[in-house]
Design a protein around this ligand. Sequence first.
Ligand code: CA
Length: 226
Amino acid sequence: MKVLVIEDDKEIVDAISLAFQIRWPEAKVVSTRLGQKGVEMVESESPDIVILDLGLPDISGFEVLRQIRRFSTVPTIILTVRAEEADVVKGLEWGADDYITKPFRQLELLARVKSMIRRHTPAEESILTYGHLRLEPETAQLHIDEKEIALTVTENHILGHLMKNAGHVVTHSNLAEAVWGDDYPGATDSLKVHIRRLREKIETDPGKPRIILTKTGIGYFLAKPE
Ligand code: CA
């Protein structure tokens, strides 16, 4: 288990390293204060999870995220300051799986990391099919007819849960629990962002979705296969 921390605030890096040392000693923590170096380390170190600060000295955390997502679906948690609500949305849009606001508690961080790791390694989940959709939960690969689409961890979980519940509306709260392990404040808004990204990947016209449909104020459901 390897954690890559991309953060220029040494105090935060030390706090994260210490948290793992004490409560999760078998995890190895590697870090860098530079975004560009962080992107390289995703490739060279193959971390199991990335913790990414948005404000870095060389390139922004968003840029780091964009570059990482070109070649990797590694689960990524962004660190943001409480006041920056818009950054959270942007981070999720650019491919982050989850976020933690600074200052955070050790236990909160570890809980988020653990839930993310757990979600990333589904226990031999079998392939899901529904209409034209064929999802391999273990590799997060989605096939729509001849098209092959790589999903992020979170997109994989959202779509997997919708497919398992095909024919029913899945509520925001139920979906949040399936994806993050709990329905935290703001989960509905995060879901909205992830669903938007997912639609951009899989729908012919994301503005007029025909695969993932919205039940306004309640949740989401998959359209009946044609
Ligand atoms: Ca910073």
